[in-house]
Structure formats: C-alpha cells, structure tokens
Design a protein around this ligand. Structure first.
Ligand code: PMP
Length: 401
C-alpha cells in the first residue's frame, strides 16, 4: 500500500511561531454585530476607526432595500461567470451607470479590486513591455504586475525623477505602463497625477490608476483623484472599488469601449470567475446613484476631515497629508500592537498594520474617518491620543518613506 502523502505541518507551525515571535501573526477579530459606527465583540461595543466605509453607505437603508429586492428577484448567486450564464440586467445597468458617473465610454465589473488588478494588468502588459510602479502600491497591483511577465520596476514612493529615469531607460520597450494608487491606502497621500500624466505624455506611456480609496470622494463629483487633479482625459485605465466609499463589494474598470471589450475577452479574473451576485449589482447601482447626488454630504465629510486634522495638529500630530486615511506610524510592530490594545481597552477599534503590508520599521495604526462617526467619537479618539502621546513616539511623518 502506498503511504498517502501528508503535508508537513511542522513547516507551517514553525512559520506561524516565527511570525508570532516577531509580532507579525495575523488574527482577525470577529464581531457579532456592526452598525457602521460601532462593532460589538463579546458583548462589548467599540467605536470603529479603521474601516473603509468612508461615507457610511454600507448601512444605507436604500441600498439594503435594493439588495433585498434583488435577492428576491434573482436569488443568492449568479451561478456562473459573466460570459457563460452569469450576466443579469443589474450587471449591465451597473456598468452603464458607472460609465456615466465616470464620464467614460464603458466600464467592466470585477468580483473585487484585487481581482480587477490581477486580471487587467496582465491583459495589458506582457513580455517585452515594461511596468513602472510606485514602491508603495497596493499588493494587488504588485501581484498583477508580477503575473504579467512584463519587466517590472518600482520607483521610490512619489519620486518623479526616478520615474523619469526609468522612462528614459526603457524608451525602446514595446510599451510602457505607469501603475499607481491614486490615494495610497496605508499612507493617505496622493500620487502626483499631473506630473505622472506629463511624463506619460512625454515618453508615450500608458497610465493605470488604482483609485480604490478615492472613488466616490475625491474630485468635485466624486470621480476620484484624476478628477481632483484635472487629468481625467489622460487616464488610460481607472480601477475603482465598490467595497470602500460605495459601501458594498466588487470593483470596476472604466475607460474606452474598445479597451473594455478587450478586457472582457482577455482579463482572466473576469473570464474565469463567477459573476458578482445580481443582488449585489442592484445594491451597487443604488450606491452609485446616491454618490451621483452626494455633493452636500461629500462636503460635510471633507469639513469633518479638515476639522479632525486641525485637532490632531494642535495635539502635536500634524500630518503632511490631509486625507481621511491617517497613519500613526510608530516603527516597531510591538508598538503598533500596544497602541491598538490601548485603544481597544478604551473602547475604540483601530487595527495595527504591520509588515509585509507596510515596509519593515513602518508599522502603524491606520486610522480612518467616516461619515458613520459622530463628532464626539472623533473627540474621544483625539483625547486618547493626547492622553498617551508617548505610545505614538517615535513616529514617522517626516516625508521619508
Ligand atoms: N487597491 C487598493 C489600493 C486597495 O487598498 C485595495 C483593498 N484594500 C484593493 C485594490 C483591493 O480591493 P478589494 O478589497 O475590492 O479587493
């Protein structure tokens, strides 16, 4: 009798122990309940200060109702990929709505932002092409670039001189792609899109923008960082997620009709993956409708963000960036965990972000603001920071990345 092959569990155990000894073990906290503003664990409520539900739409009654109606009409799942039998009217309506919202010819839905990036980038770039990417790009962009088999070069965070040097060096490549986050997910700072687009034009490069955290919020109409910087015309590909400001789940890529038709045929994470449930599509459709008419609330949110930064500054925590993603950087993973525990003991949940999500020596609390929060919640958090300032030092907000 052949001996059945067995996984060597010791390899896993050793690695897990190693991660634990370095304070890098990941363990999700499980919440029994969430209302957007708070989460409940073991009967205890915590104010939530690390979610990406920036505009509070995850709890919006109009969206919940749209999903409920969708479930009754279309059932739970879509049953197949979009190209087999998984496309229902809500998918098409949502793609149309997104393309109108983004003022682009067309849009294509993906199951998630991760799926969009790992599917689209290899569809665009391959052997003989070069991809130039910001060093702090999101992991899904990195993975998409690696999967593409294009030459993959990373420039130091926001460093336009380094980007230009690469563009000069790779002038002869079949094609050049510049790939960047719009609003960086862990640092809350913005890519210099005007400069990037200028360089792209000068060196005939394409721009792939991951606007996961900015879609719905940045720009006068919420179209994201390209609208904010006035460079929408030059944006070749824009990826936006439906799981952050839009409050739900899924993602899209928007751009020209031909490019979208190409992706529909070539992006493997689209072709070979089950379609998002139609009910989710109806929920997202409602979310985009709401975002389309969200000017007053968007302004209110920005006022809150400004106000929070002013308070942080007077507490000695002036940030060079002024977004709703606020990193309290404190070097060691142990210190980030300690700070997270301190907040938890005081009824606030802020997850500690550690390597490899951020570079070694840059562990942090990634604090986020949301319309779900009340003024008193934000005051409480500032009070907690002030009460124990020593936890948050030494910290890095010195522009060095
Ligand atoms: N891009 C960025 C910049 C992100 O921060 C994230 C998620 N945190 C993604 C892509 C992936 O999106 P999703 O969560 O929809 O998979």
């Amino acid at each position: 009798m052949p001996v059945p092959f067995q996984l060597d569990e010791n390899v896993f155990k050793e690695e897990l122990e190693h991660l634990k000894s370095k304070n890098l073990l990941r363990e999700p906290l499980t919440f029994e309940q969430s209302d957007g503003r708070t989460v409940t664990q073991n009967g205890k409520k915590y104010l939530l200060f690390c979610s990406n539900d920036y505009l509070g739409l995850s709890q919006d009654g109009r969206i919940v109702e749209a999903v409920r109606e969708g479930l009754l009409r279309y059932g739970f799942g879509s049953g197949a990929s979009r190209l087999v039998s998984g496309t229902a009217t809500p998918h098409v309506m949502l793609e149309e709505k997104i393309s109108l919202f983004m003022e682009k010819e067309a849009a294509l839905l993906f199951g998630s932002g991760y799926a969009a990036n790992v599917g689209a980038i290899p569809a665009f770039a391959g052997k003989g092409d070069v991809i130039l990417a910001d060093r702090l790009n999101h992991a899904s962009l990195v993975d998409g670039c690696l999967l593409s088999r294009a030459e993959f070069k990373r420039y130091p965070h926001l460093d336009m001189r380094a980007l230009e040097k690469f563009l000069v060096r790779y002038r002869a490549a079949k094609s050049r792609w510049i790939v960047t986050d719009g609003l960086f997910s862990m640092d809350g700072d913005l890519a210099p899109l005007r400069e990037i687009c200028g360089l792209a034009k000068k060196y005939s490069a394409y721009v792939y923008l991951d606007d996961a955290h900015a879609f719905g919020i940045y720009g006068a109409n919420g179209r994201g960082t390209a609208e904010h910087f006035g460079v929408e015309e030059k944006m070749d590909v824009t990826m936006g997620t439906l799981g952050k400001a839009a409050g739900g789940f899924g993602a899209f890529i928007s751009g020209s009709k031909t490019m979208i038709d190409y992706l529909l045929n070539k992006a493997r994470s689209f072709v070979y993956s089950t379609a998002m449930p139609a009910a989710n599509g109806l929920g997202a459709l409602k979310a985009v409708e709401i975002l389309n008419d969200f000017h007053r609330q968007r302004q209110l949110f920005w006022d809150t963000v400004k106000n929070f930064h002013a308070k942080l500054k007077s507490a000695g925590f002036g940030m060079s960036q002024k977004s709703y993603i606020i990193p309290l950087v404190m070097n060691g993973a142990d210190r980030a965990l300690e700070a997270s525990c301190y907040f938890q003991e005081n009824g606030v949940y802020i997850h500690a972000i550690r390597p490899p999500t951020v570079p070694e020596g840059y562990s942090r609390l990634r604090m986020t603001l949301s319309l779900n929060q009340r003024l008193e919640d934000q005051k409480k958090v500032i009070g907690l920071i002030c009460r124990k300032k020593e936890i948050f030092y030494p910290r890095r907000d010195d522009g060095k990345k």
